[in-house]
Write a protein that binds this ligand. Structure first.
Ligand code: NDP
Ligand code: ZN
Length: 351
């Protein structure tokens, strides 16, 4: 089969490989819809997780099952499925502790385009199909369905990590597709004021539609000053879905004592993040920082799909660019790398 791969750090290309083999608990799928991710960009061009050779990229997909293992109970050939970007080993001790995303070692629940071939191929392998696939609901928009792989669960995880409660004043730093879903999640969890930080106009417009109360442009001045001013003081919770290693410094400086920061940003470069000692209460300010890979799995996909089908969230609005055919994953990924200002998220529909 052919697939679009990371050849080595900084280089991509089409390769040919044997189609993946199906274990007893597993499924083989072919893609129906695919999306490239900013994480693919960090992986290839920043070499953020180290070198990978001839590894097929991609972890965001809607698929059709073409083969199932002998022990798979709930899925059969021909089923159309939501595919979680994170596909943990659910029997692991890490999963039993509540951290399935780290089953097999830190970040190891993230297998596609990390430890094994991803979804940008003619076929892809899904481990533990019963636990990691979910049925594609009848009538669901393919763009929304594809966003349930990663953008929706990751954005929502930011809100979980920051522990957003009703009435909280919240800053969401970064309103690309992930941060936009964090805005939607914060709104659903009952945040009062939501300050959304970004500079692209269509992201800002969508943030307001998803529930942001104010937009803060980081290119027009210090966001700490802007947010402290708008909020008349410290915020209760912060979700980080963009920025860089210095963003933690800003977040700590605008967070109240006892507040929480949920980071889902993938830090692609540098060795350290900076925490301002004084603003962190000399280490005693009860300003919690939690950073997490989103949890994967079927239950989460099904619950998020319910939110879409109940018209509570509209992830299809993230799709600004549509492509047709597997070969289009290449220009779609390049678009993600170049980030033109009218881009939020591209979608590739396979004929
Ligand atoms: P985008 O690049 O589309 O969005 C990044 C956002 O951050 C934009 O709104 C951008 O603003 C803003 N931003 C950039 N620089 C700054 C800055 N200095 N200060 C404040 N805001 C800034 O990324 P995505 O939404 O696609 O992804 C966000 C992150 O989440 C990525 O790092 C991605 O790899 C990661 N991720 C993590 C996952 C997880 O499980 N934890 C899963 C999937 C993705 P502007 O409007 O100017 O572009
Ligand atoms: Zn992704």
């Amino acid at each position: 089969m052919k697939g679009f791969a990371m050849l080595k750090i900084g280089e991509t290309g089409w390769i040919t490989k044997d189609a993946p083999a199906c274990g007893p608990l597993d499924a083989i799928c072919k893609p129906i819809a695919l999306a490239p991710c900013t994480s693919d960009v960090h992986t290839v061009w920043a070499g953020a997780i180290g070198d990978r050779h001839n590894m097929i990229l991609g972890h965001e997909a809607v698929g059709e099952v073409v083969e199932v293992g002998s022990l798979v109970r709930d899925f059969k050939v021909g089923d159309k499925v939501l595919v979680s970007a994170i596909t943990p080993d659910w029997g692991s001790l890490a999963a039993q502790e509540g951290y399935a995303m780290h089953s097999g070692g830190m970040l190891s629940g993230w297998k596609f385009s990390n430890f094994k071939d991803g979804v940008f191929g003619e076929f892809f392998h899904v481990n533990e199909a019963d636990a990691n696939l979910a049925y594609l609901p009848e009538g669901m928009d393919l763009g929304a369905a594809c966003m349930i792989s990663d953008m929706v669960p990751t954005g929502f995880h930011g809100a979980e990590l920051a522990d957003i409660q009703y009435g909280d004043n919240v800053a969401v730093i970064g309103i690309g597709p992930v941060g936009l879903m964090s805005v939607a999640a914060a709104a659903i969890r009952g945040a009062a004021n939501i300050y959304a930080v970004g500079s692209r106009k269509n992201c800002a417009d969508l943030a307001l539609e998803y529930g942001a109360t104010r937009i803060v442009n980081y290119r027009e001045g210090d966001i700490v000053e802007q947010i402290l001013d708008l909020n008349h003081g410290f915020v209760d919770k912060i979700i980080i879905a963009g920025g860089d290693n210095d963003t933690f410094d800003q977040a700590i400086r605008m967070l109240k004592a006892g507040g929480k920061i949920g980071n889902v940003n993938y830090l692609g470069e540098g060795d350290y993040v900076k925490i301002p000692r004084g603003d962190w209460g000399c280490g005693m300010g009860h300003k919690q920082i939690a950073g997490g890979l989103m949890p994967g799995g079927r239950l989460r996909s099904e619950k998020l799909a319910r939110l879409v089908m109940a018209n509570r969230i509209h992830p299809e609005k993230l799709i600004t660019h549509k492509f047709q055919g597997l070969e289009s994953v290449e220009p779609a990924l390049m678009l993600m790398k170049d980030k033109p200002r009218d881009l939020i998220k591209p979608l590739v529909v396979i004929d």
